[in-house]
Design a protein around this ligand. Structure first.
Ligand code: M6R
Length: 357
């Protein structure tokens, strides 16, 4: 039930801090440590490479997951779009473990990969929001997202739940390997939940930007580097899907290799800059587009205001920044769709769960 909310999407965006807390509760043991099923730990430790398979928003969460699994747990990880995997199959390692990420657990493209890799005798783990779904039943292991039902076609709380669960998977794997973390993962996840809460309470900032710059625009670009780039891909998908604005997310360094030709007077360019080591470069990208007439917006934690618009994110751990930087993106897409008179919860031509290949 959406209660007093005008749309499920807005309700689901608002639920994200609570979902983070639920995930902490579900995956914490009595000692306050993370507890994952020991069979999952074993499956990961027996594998020499992880292959994440997903579509759409879940694929974007997988990209963030790869970074955490490689950087926190030092496990080589590849991420593949399910529909591409079957006919573009990479050379597999000796002992692969396949990780399927799917909110619904019913996505046909992902299922067809699962069927295929099972025939090859490989092991699998599904991260899904729906216990008992096809991908959960047919995989060897399941990790639940605990996000509660997601009704809006545009995925929001499932994306952040996927990233949170992937972070716990990375942390649990690191621990099993004897890697010292240097941070308290549960504490950091609770801080991220608090940060999300701050952002969902600042809807007017996102609504104003959406009304002023996205309500009539033909296109919109999102730029970022490193993990921010992955969130840009998700931001662009969200905006396209519900507001029908032609949107593209790309790596800041790629601007000069083509996309900058599209910048005209007033083109909105939104940058995410949460990673200290690349923030300088992304800021110079913003200057480049601003000098060609773009309307710029920066989403960052350092509070330096060098764009036309600014959204300040509360500080969170560097691995968890996607959990917070995506929230303003979801809200920008929501308000853009609203101001353009679109059907936010049921965008044209789309189904919540894509059960055909
Ligand atoms: O249920 P799944 O996570 O497998 O769905 C995958 C995509 O169809 C889904 O994320 C889609 O891209 C969303 N509508 C995006 O908001």
């Amino acid at each position: 039930e959406k209660g007093t909310y005008p749309h499920y999407m807005l309700k689901e965006v608002d639920e994200q801090p609570a979902v983070m807390r639920k995930i902490i509760m579900e995956y914490q043991n009595e000692d306050g440590d993370i507890k994952l099923d020991s069979s999952i730990r074993e499956a990961i430790s027996e594998s020499d490479r992880l292959y994440i398979i997903a579509c759409g928003t879940s694929y974007h969460a997988g990209l963030v997951g790869k970074q955490m699994l490689e950087k926190i747990a030092e496990v080589p990880t590849e991420v593949h779009i399910a529909s591409e995997f079957s006919y573009n199959m990479p050379l597999l390692s000796k002992n692969p473990l396949f990780i399927f990420i799917s909110q619904s657990g019913e996505t046909a493209d992902s299922r067809s990969v699962l069927v295929h890799i099972k025939k090859l005798g490989h092991r699998s783990l599904t991260l899904t929001n729906v216990g008992g779904s096809t991908l959960s039943r047919e995989a060897d292991h399941t990790l639940l997202l605990h996000a509660g039902p997601e009704i809006a076609v545009a995925s929001t709380k499932a994306y952040t739940a996927q990233i949170a669960v992937l972070s716990l998977l990375a942390v649990d794997t690191a621990k099993a390997k004897g890697i010292t973390l240097g941070f308290d993962p549960i504490q950091e996840l609770s801080l991220a939940a608090q940060a999300m809460e701050v952002l969902v309470d600042q809807k007017d900032i996102m609504e104003n930007i959406a009304r002023d710059y996205l309500a009539v625009t033909r296109n919109c670009f999102f730029i970022g580097r490193g993990v921010d780039y992955y969130v840009c891909l998700e931001a662009a998908l969200k905006l396209k899907e519900i507001s029908y604005i032609q949107a593209e997310g790309f790596a800041g360094g790629e601007l000069k290799h083509g996309t900058i030709a599209l910048i005209e007077e007033g083109t909105p360019v939104i940058a995410i800059a949460t990673q200290a080591h690349v923030n300088g470069s992304i800021r110079s990208n913003l200057k480049e587009v601003a000098s060609r007439g773009a309307h710029t917006c920066i989403i960052s934690m350092d509070g330096l205001n060098d764009a036309s618009d600014q959204i300040v994110l509360p500080e969170v751990h560097e691995y968890l920044t996607p959990l917070v930087s995506v929230v303003p993106m979801q809200l920008l897409a929501y308000y853009a769709a609203l101001h353009r008179g679109c059907d936010v919860d049921k965008p044209r031509n789309l189904a919540k769960s894509v059960t055909v290949e």
